[in-house]
Design a protein around this ligand. Structure first.
Ligand code: PEP
Ligand code: MN
Length: 342
């Protein structure tokens, strides 16, 4: 539920009303000061709230029910786009962030070499999986803790903040200490125990869309993190399951437009996992910008044919350089910019 205040209502009168409402109902009230009007957003159980009584209050312009089940992630509660800032790099607003790196960390030479190359081409963040959620238990499972250490070496050498996937709640403290953005993979999007725990941290979270999740389920997963107090959530569209099997998944670009309408959270696109095919990575990056995305996360490997994971969708550093260059031009068309260190 939201309460839109009258133009003429003073700050003091608004504060009084907030106190009155908080003492009458078991809800949290978020005050949203917009350029036009002030709005009060109700979070919690609003079933017992007497809407008519509030509507009759002379300080109030209008009372409306929020149809969507998500509140903190709802654009009604935060009309401006949220911007997540990590070590001086922005994701959201005017800035489009490029995150690049291998599917998995394989060795020091590999991760440092790729980090240096993608940095030189304009990536703002380094990705690399240390704990890998593989479909087969016999496939490479990632270097785990050693992989995290190698990511830290690559960060120390290049200054690029690191983005890597978490799998287990018991590693949260380590991730909070070592990682700049914690990724929740598609397979864990509805791991509510993990979401709740991460909601108690202050780390930016990159939340991938589940393989077969609706847009609402995806935003509700973000709401779990935000409800715990961590509002630094970046959504990532990475393709969904459809009957089509030419591509690994189907990139739902329209989801970007839907999320932008429904939510204030930044949303990025993963063209690598969405398509599974390296030749589609470049055009889907441009399409992501056209659809209004706030960034991309791209798999880059120095030797895709020998990659331990996802070689078929990985582009080389040389190919990445061309993609980044083209993205800068497309971003300018949309009056946006590729995120750089401020
Ligand atoms: C990944 O980013 O390496 C990954 C496993 O992605 P997803 O969770 O989208 O499949
Ligand atoms: Mn991968």
């Amino acid at each position: 539920m939201i309460v839109v205040m009258n133009h003429t209502t003073s700050d003091q009168e608004i504060s009084n009303l907030i106190e009155e409402l908080k003492s009458s109902y078991p809800v949290e009230i978020q005050k949203i000061t917009g350029s036009e009007r002030t709005v009060l957003g109700f979070i919690g159980d609003t079933s017992g709230v007497d809407m008519e009584q509030i509507q009759e209050d002379s300080r109030v312009y209008r009372v409306m029910r929020v149809r969507e089940p998500f509140k903190k992630a709802n654009r009604l509660f935060h009309p401006d786009n949220s911007v997540v800032e990590v070590n001086g790099r922005k994701i959201g607003g005017k800035d489009i962030a490029i995150i690049a790196g291998p599917c998995s960390v394989e060795s020091e030479e590999q991760i440092v070499g790729i980090a240096e190359a993608v940095k030189a081409s304009g990536a703002a963040f380094l990705r690399g999986g240390a704990y890998k959620p593989r479909t087969s238990p016999y496939a490479f499972q990632g270097l785990e803790e050693d992989g995290l250490e190698l990511l830290k070496i690559a960060r120390a050498k290049t200054g690029l903040p690191i983005v890597t996937e978490i799998m287990y709640p018991q590693t949260i403290d380590k991730f909070v200490e070592d990682v700049d953005i914690i990724q929740i993979g598609a397979r864990n999007m509805q791991n509510f125990a993990l979401l709740k725990e991460l909601g108690r941290t202050k780390k930016p979270i990159l939340l991938k869309r589940g393989l077969s999740s609706t847009i609402e389920e995806w935003i509700m997963a973000a709401e779990y993190i935000m409800a715990g107090g961590n509002e630094q959530v970046i959504l990532c569209e990475r393709g969904i399951r459809t009957f089509e099997n030419y591509t690994r998944n189907t990139l739902d670009l329209s989801a970007i437009c839907a999320v932008k309408k429904l939510s204030h959270l930044p949303v990025i696109v993963d063209p690598s996992h969405a398509t599974g095919l390296k030749f589609m990575v470049e055009p889907m990056c441009m399409a992501a910008i056209a659809a209004g995305a706030d960034g991309v996360i791209i798999e880059v490997h120095n030797n895709p044919a020998k990659a331990l994971c996802d070689g078929a969708q990985s582009i080389t550093p040389q190919e990445f350089d061309k993609v980044a260059d083209k993205m800068r031009k497309y971003a300018a068309i949309e009056e946006r910019q590729i995120s750089e260190v401020q």
